[in-house]
Design a protein around this ligand. Structure first.
Ligand SMILES: [Zn+2]
Length: 281
C-alpha cells in the first residue's frame, strides 16, 4: 500500500467516525452533558494535533514501518514459522489487541504511568472526542510498545494498518455519549466494546475505573476478570471523571499537558465528589 493511500484511509476513517458519532450524540445523547462540547472539544481535538506532531518528530518509524522492515528481513515469530500472511494477519490483529489491553492495565496500576493516563480519565463528560484524548507521552510509549510487538511477532503490515484504523474507530465509537438498544448492545458486546460497556471505565468510582480495559475486543476483560456489566449508580446518574482535576480550568489544553506533573498522583487522596459535581474556582 502506498503511503498516500494509507494516510487517506486513516484520515477518512477518523473524520467519518468522528462526524457520525458526533451527529448521533446530538440526536440521541445517552446522558445529559455535565460540561458539554464547547469547553472540551478544542482541547480534546487540540491534544490530537499535539500527539500527531510529537509522533512525527520523535518516532518517524510507525508500527507499519516496523512491520515492513521485519518483513524484508524475515524477522519475527510469524516469519520464522512461515505462516501464510492471512493467518499471521488475523492472529496478529488479536495479539495486538491483547497487547493494548495489557498496556492499558499497566497504565492504571503503575503510578507514574497512571499520571500520564489520568489525563484521559479527567474528562468530565465522556464523548467521541474523549476517545482520542491522550497525553503525548502516553501516545509515544504506546507506539514503542506496538512497534516492539509488531517486530517480535512479525505481524504483516496490512494487519497493522487495519488494527490501527479499527482501534481508532472503535475507541471513538465506544467513548461516544450514545447507547445501542439494550438487545443490540447485549449481542454487540460479544464481539466489540460498546459505549455502555466502556462508560463504566470512566466512572469516578475507582473499582469501576479499574474495569473494562478493552478498547476493541471485549474478550480480555471477561477472560481476566476485569469485566463489569454496568456502573452501580446507573448510566444516567454515575459520575464521570476523577476526584482530582474537576475544576473547569482543567479542561484547557495547556492544563491537560501539565496534569501528569502535578499532584496528587493518587485520585483517592482527593475529597469524594457528589454525582455530576464540577468544581470551579
Ligand atoms: Zn483507562
Amino acid at each position: 500500500m502506498n503511503p498516500t493511500a494509507e494516510l487517506t484511509i486513516r484520515f477518512a476513517a477518523f473524520a467519518g467516525v468522528l462526524a457520525a458519532m458526533a451527529l448521533w450524540e446530538l440526536v440521541a445523547p445517552r446522558r445529559s452533558w455535565v460540561v458539554g462540547r464547547a469547553a472540551r472539544w478544542p482541547s480534546n481535538l487540540g491534544i490530537v494535533a499535539v500527539d500527531a506532531v510529537t509522533l512525527r518528530l520523535l518516532i518517524p518509524t510507525a508500527p507499519v514501518g516496523a512491520a515492513l522492515i521485519a518483513e524484508a528481513r524475515g524477522f519475527g515469530l510469524f516469519h520464522w514459522l512461515g505462516w501464510p500472511t492471512l493467518v499471521a494477519g488475523l492472529i496478529g490483529f488479536v495479539v495486538l489487541d491483547l497487547v493494548i489491553y495489557g498496556q492499558h492495565v499497566a497504565f492504571h496500576h503503575v503510578p507514574w504511568l497512571w499520571r500520564l493516563h489520568r489525563v484521559h480519565h479527567a474528562d468530565l463528560d465522556v464523548d467521541v472526542t474523549t476517545g482520542v484524548r491522550f497525553h503525548p507521552i502516553e501516545i509515544l510509549l504506546s507506539m514503542v510498545v506496538k512497534i516492539a510487538a509488531v517486530a517480535l511477532f512479525g505481524i504483516p503490515a496490512a494487519a497493522v494498518v487495519a488494527f490501527e484504523v479499527v482501534l481508532n474507530a472503535t475507541a471513538m465509537f465506544n467513548h461516544a455519549n450514545v447507547a445501542l438498544p439494550a438487545a443490540v448492545d447485549r449481542l454487540a458486546r460479544l464481539i466489540v466494546v460498546t459505549p455502555d460497556m466502556h462508560r463504566v471505565h470512566h466512572s469516578v468510582v475507582r473499582s469501576e475505573t479499574d474495569s473494562n480495559f478493552g478498547f476493541n475486543l471485549p474478550w480480555w476483560d471477561r477472560l481476566f476478570g476485569t469485566y463489569r456489566a454496568a456502573p452501580a449508580a446507573g448510566h444516567k446518574d454515575m459520575s464521570i471523571g476523577l476526584p482530582v482535576f474537576r475544576d473547569g480550568r482543567e479542561l484547557r489544553l495547556d492544563r491537560l499537558l501539565t496534569q501528569p506533573f502535578r499532584a496528587p498522583a493518587d485520585p483517592n487522596d482527593a475529597a469524594p465528589m457528589r454525582a455530576g459535581e464540577v468544581r470551579r474556582s
